[in-house]
Design a protein around this ligand. Structure first.
Ligand code: THG
Length: 262
């Protein structure tokens, strides 16, 4: 499992404030803490309140790279924000994200080719997130086809079925789990898959429990990466244990390491 830390996101009030006031240490601590906790990639999102997302993205990328050396997932709906981030990254980046919309795919896969980036493809289009796994598969297949057209290796693609909050979209959890299975069969080599895990528990009372239960189910159904809170220790322990049970790690190294540190 590739763990993508979710905490550098202007959706969080403290992060939005730190971005606004250019508080470098707040961002750098979040970067360091997530990497120490096991994040292999950091998601970077200027958030919904950003007045100048291009400048904010550039500032975030520079602040983060001064203190950690993991790759970044540049998370924005605006291609120009992603492009300015891509110009600054020191490691191979992940573009988060394209939808299955034709114009968007052309722009994003063009950038991926130019900057040698990996890409997260969301199973949605202009009409939004589909309700069924079948429609999600159709959109994911369109993303795979377009990636191939641009000469992007399918292992460099992360397909995201889009997780919705279980409290308002209870039928969708199962559709997402099924989609993860189906996406992996779309091409050879199989694409990676990812989810914004915390979406599932938004507005629910027992967030951590909902998150870790969903994560272990998703892992059992082929999930290869997730955007999540690596500081949630019980979540990370559940992930490591799920991987152990599925025999995903030779000699169970990560399981043993995690338990030696306890
Ligand atoms: N897929 C992809 N990228 C994504 C998502 C996805 N990026 C953003 C998001 N979804 C994943 N990251 C988060 C980060 C935080 C939360 C959820 C998903 C979250 N935030 C608190 C909330 O909304 O309750 C904020 C609380 C606060 O204000 O402090 O849950 O699906 N590819």
């Amino acid at each position: 499992m590739i763990v993508i830390g979710e905490l550098i996101n202007g959706m969080f009030k403290d992060v939005a404030r730190a971005i606004d006031n250019r508080e470098v240490d707040v961002i750098q601590h979040l970067a360091e803490d997530q990497v120490k906790a096991g994040a292999q990639v950091l998601d970077v999102n200027t958030g919904p309140y950003s007045k100048n997302p291009v400048d904010d993205m550039k500032w975030l990328v520079e602040a983060i790279q001064k203190t950690v050396s993991v790759p970044l997932a540049l998370d924005s709906t605006k291609p120009e924000v992603i492009e300015e981030g891509l110009k600054l990254v020191s490691k191979r980046a992940i573009i988060n994200s394209t939808s299955a919309d034709e114009e968007k795919m052309s722009r994003i896969f063009g950038l991926a080719k130019e900057y040698n980036a990996q890409v997260i493809g969301l199973a949605m289009d202009r009409s939004g997130v589909p309700n069924s796994k079948d429609k999600r598969l159709e959109l994911a297949a369109a993303i795979v086809a377009k990636a191939m057209e641009y000469g992007i290796n399918t292992e460099d693609l992360f397909l995201d079925p889009i997780v919705l909050p279980v409290n308002v979209a209870q039928t969708q959890g199962h559709e997402v789990i099924e989609s993860l299975r189906e996406f992996r069969m779309l091409c050879d080599p199989a694409p990676n898959t990812t989810i914004g895990l915390s979406n599932v528990s938004q507005g629910t009372k027992y967030r951590s429990l909902v998150n870790r239960t969903f994560l272990t189910m998703a892992i059992a159904n082929g999930l290869t990466s997730a955007i999540l809170d690596p500081l949630d220790k019980e979540l990370m322990d559940a992930m490591i244990t799920a991987e152990l049970i599925l025999n995903k790690n030779i000699y169970c190294d990560s399981f043993l390491d995690a338990y030696r540190k306890k």
